[in-house]
Design a protein around this ligand. Structure first.
Ligand code: NAD
Length: 520
């Protein structure tokens, strides 16, 4: 706890001492460039999922404090949008350097609050860092278009301008990567930002904000408020917030999408998933098994691109036997332990939910090939651990298939033909990711064409695109028009203005014409 405290509260010297001296420490809001303790007496514990220790507490930020954060962002906007793009890019250049410097600190914070292994936490930071690197080229990304002489002596050009105050609402599973999907792109485009981290693991957002300010981000450009439903509703309703980026579950995401859109805001909402892999009989055995196990159980299955269901075409028996052997060899332990392959799930409630879904699968006829529910991790007996679990003979009507499990559980399905497998995947309401394992180019091409998922992997299990592309979930996994990061992300955080100008010696005389102007 002391290490964490020092990272939050003492490294910048800008934090009010009252929040850091509490035990457990209270996570500050960031308003107008100052880390401030909330006046709220209502708090939520941030709990280490491997030990149940209370790491810190987040405040349920008051409405006045929320308004102050939005107002700080609103006041910072005019000067920031007029700051040269090259200067804004340089803040990102510095930020990427500082994130690299403090990756270990960020990763340790993530492991403490979220539970994933330290190695995986480094990956969480790195995948976010790549978005910051991409934002360093914003001048090129944000370039407009120009057509000279659209009519005699008249030129037209379009520019992409920032929107104003934007907001981001984050899930628990990637405490660094997902805030970094949002604010670096938004602020480098010239917007100002209000970030609401997950109430379960807010620490990485605070460290990242400290780093952004150290990198030279002016006061008020990035603000942070903590809380849950009330603060989210306040974000949806606030007239000064122009756009909202959301990542999380469908329940929250669809609520935010409809409430904020009804207020005229732009919303991009990345939501839940049920990612499938189709395995053809010709797939390379070892590479495929490694990929299935890594994508199914890595991060304890708590990735929106985690593999949830494998559809084996033809006989599944020998694949399943090998899968069980491979999964059995994984080490479940606290994320801080060097031998850990997977850590705990986020909360006691999450563990209970996952275990219930496993049980319901068994009750409805699935075969439990590997059961991780009763695992005990020595030294961490109170942790929310679930070992790798494999259910086979799963059918589309089972709850364990219909619901997103978000735990280390892999469902196995058998299909008689490739066509049947594709049909099975396409019937699922979600469309985040799907992968195929095969050595046939023709089969891969058929899959790529016919599969209804936004992110397709061909012999690649978790095909999360790098930031020069966009994160392109589809169907029930996404609501909105413009995806996160890449060109779409820049378009999301900017609006187009088209200018038509005439600079020529005007002849005068000629009279007034009230006809629609035409290009002549
Ligand atoms: P969650 O929806 O419970 O919480 C996300 C955010 O929404 C939090 O900040 C929370 O405070 C807020 N929130 C939750 N319920 C709310 C409500 N009823 N009203 C208003 N605000 C509410 O999600 P989570 O459990 O933190 O994250 C896991 C989910 O996120 C999974 O469904 C996962 O698939 C999804 N996810 C999706 C992506 C993607 O890119 N598609 C990426 C990561 C996670």
């Amino acid at each position: 706890i002391f290490a964490l405290r020092s990272s939050y509260y003492f490294s910048t010297g800008v934090v009010e001492p009252s929040s850091s001296l509490r035990s457990p420490p209270r996570v500050p809001n960031l308003i107008g460039g100052k880390f401030v303790d909330s006046q709220s007496s209502s708090t939520i514990d941030v709990i280490n999922p491997a030990t149940q220790e209370v790491v810190s507490q987040i405040p349920l930020t008051t409405n006045e404090e929320f308004k102050a954060a939005v107002s700080a962002a609103k006041h910072a906007f005019p000067a920031w949008r007029n700051t040269p793009i090259t200067t804004r890019q340089r803040v990102m250049l510095k930020l990427q350097e500082l994130i690299r410097r403090d990756t270990d600190k960020l990763a340790m914070n993530i492991t403490t609050e979220q539970g994933k292994t330290l190695k995986d936490a480094h990956g969480d930071v790195f995948r976010g860092l790549e978005v910051v690197e991409h934002a360093c080229g914003m001048a090129t990304l944000q370039m407009g278009e120009y057509v000279p002489n659209v009519a005699n002596g008249i030129d037209t050009f379009s520019i992409r301008e920032p929107l104003g105050v934007c907001a981001g609402i984050c899930p628990f599973n990637f405490p660094a990567m997902i805030p970094l999907w949002m604010f670096p792109v938004a602020v480098t485009c010239g917007n100002t930002f209000v970030l609401k981290p997950s109430e379960k693991d807010p620490g990485a957002s605070i460290i990242l904000a400290e780093l952004a300010m150290e990198a030279g981000l002016p006061n008020g450009v990035l603000n942070i408020v903590h809380g849950t439903n009330d603060i989210v509703n306040a974000i949806c309703d606030d007239d000064d917030i122009r756009a909202i980026s959301f990542v999380g579950s469908n329940t929250a995401g669809m609520h935010i999408y409809s409430r904020a859109s009804a207020k005229g805001k732009r919303v991009q909402s990345n939501m839940g998933a049920k990612n499938h892999a189709i395995v053809l009989p010709d797939a390379n055995t070892d590479a495929t098994l490694n990929a299935l196990v890594a994508a199914g159980f890595g991060a304890a299955g708590q990735r929106c691109m985690a593999l949830s269901t494998v559809v084996f075409v033809g006989d599944s028996q020998s694949w399943e036997n090998k899968l069980v052997e491979c999964a059995k060899s994984l080490k479940v332990n606290a994320g801080t332990e060097p031998d850990a392959d997977l850590g705990p799930v986020i909360s006691k409630q999450a563990k209970e939910r996952v275990c219930k879904l496993i049980e319901s699968g068994v009750e409805s006829g699935a075969r439990l090939l590997l059961d991780g529910r009763n695992i005990v991790v020595p030294g961490y007996e109170d942790g929310n651990f679930i070992g790798p679990t494999i259910l086979s003979g799963v059918t589309a009507d089972m709850d364990c298939y219909k619901e997103e499990i978000f735990g280390p559980v892999l469902l196995c399905v058998e299909a008689d033909s490739f066509e049947e497998a594709i049909h099975f995947v396409n019937r699922n309401k979600y469309g985040n990711g799907a992968a195929i394992f095969t050595t046939s180019g023709a089969a891969a091409r058929k899959f790529q064409t016919e599969i209804e998922a936004g992110q397709v992997g061909i012999n690649v299990p978790i095909p999360v695109p790098l930031p020069f592309f966009s994160f392109t979930g589809s169907k029930a996994s996404f609501a909105g028009d413009l995806n996160f990061y890449g060109k779409a992300g820049v378009n999301f955080y900017t609006q187009i203005k088209t200018i038509t100008q005439q600079w020529k010696d005007l002849p005068g005389g000629g009279g007034v014409s009230l006809a629609m102007p035409t290009s002549q």
